[in-house]
Design a binder for this molecule. Sequence first.
Ligand SMILES: Cc1cc2nc3c(=O)[nH]c(=O)nc-3n(C[C@H](O)[C@H](O)[C@H](O)COP(=O)(O)OP(=O)(O)OC[C@H]3O[C@@H](n4cnc5c(N)ncnc54)[C@H](O)[C@@H]3O)c2cc1C
Length: 346
Amino acid sequence: MNHDIVIIAEQRDLKLQKISLELIYGARDLARQTGGRVIAVIAGFRLKESAEKLAEEGSDEVWVIDSPFLETYRAKPYAEAVSLAIKKAEPEIVLFGSTMTGIEIASGAAARLNTGLVTDCTALSLSPEDGLLLMTRPNTDGISIDTFVCKEKRPQMATVRPGVLAKMRAADTFPAEAAPPDLHSPAVVPAVIRSFPVDFSDIEDGVSVISTVKGREQESDITRARVLVAGGRGIGSPEGFKTLRTLASLLDGQIACSRACVESGWIDASPQVGQTGKTVRPDLYLACGISGAFQHVTGMEASRLIISINKNPAAPIFDISDLGIVGSVEVLLPKLINALTEYQRA
Ligand SMILES: Cc1cc2nc3c(=O)[nH]c(=O)nc-3n(C[C@H](O)[C@H](O)[C@H](O)COP(=O)(O)OP(=O)(O)OC[C@H]3O[C@@H](n4cnc5c(N)ncnc54)[C@H](O)[C@@H]3O)c2cc1C
């Protein structure tokens, strides 16, 4: 083992996924402390552009497993290929995205490498005492946060929630050196891109993909939105989301929600923010009728500007808001919509 950190990048439909860059930024900060390099491993088919992007964004090396065998995602060949690359790299730490594919590949790799894995991490740091990776994640009891270490087995492996490493940077946990490199600076050395060929002829896949139905995930991915208009139980009914949608479209944003709305059957779970939902960091988070429970706040507190509307002046959401408006959403939201419509007409 050396002090290097491997990140497993993700690509979909020839596009490098945002989580890959977040993992690089997080790994850069850890590598600065371990004294190792950051190696980005990417598996798939037709990876040229994604590999170049990874090289530009702060990896020291990019290892590319490019094969037609990997054109359609299947867990087994991906886990096998990635495990071979990790074995070769012998890193101290491996980071994956806490995405559906990231978790699947990570668990397959952990089994093949006979090491531990902590999934769904919301914070990472190195122990000042022994340098072990401290992997923090919410407990399933919904109240506690646990921190794990992998004492004996190597590499230490974690999957990290999308948005979390960006959030840590925002909170200044990540020092300035962890920022993405200035590509116009002559001091930046481009990363080495290496092919890592894998022989798939011996890999018993056992799975055939019969058909693929494209979802609308990209369109409604709230983790990419710059403006989120979020509704909680205080919006009163599913119709409340119609008002929020109107407001969101005026602000060129998207809607989000608390778990209470999902549990009430007012909306599906895809825009849920929080511990069991998504972690977001928009420029503006407008919280409407949301109390500010810890499980919700953990998914949105790193938003750049938080404005909250709540009729209870003691609602905890106000503790983390830049601007708190005490009032009823039924009264305030139509006024806000009218004012914005007038402003845009003028
Ligand atoms: C394991 C676990 C995981 C969880 N994960 C999540 C998660 O990922 N995301 C999440 O959101 N929650 C999660 N929860 C639930 C969380 O604990 C809260 O119950 C939930 O966030 C509350 O949602 P809310 O704020 O919309 O509803 P409430 O707590 O009911 O708050 C409603 C708010 O609306 C205000 N209000 C009422 N009427 C009006 C009005 N007319 N105008 C303005 N304001 C009004 C009230 O004053 C109140 O503050 C989790 C819980 C557990 C146990």
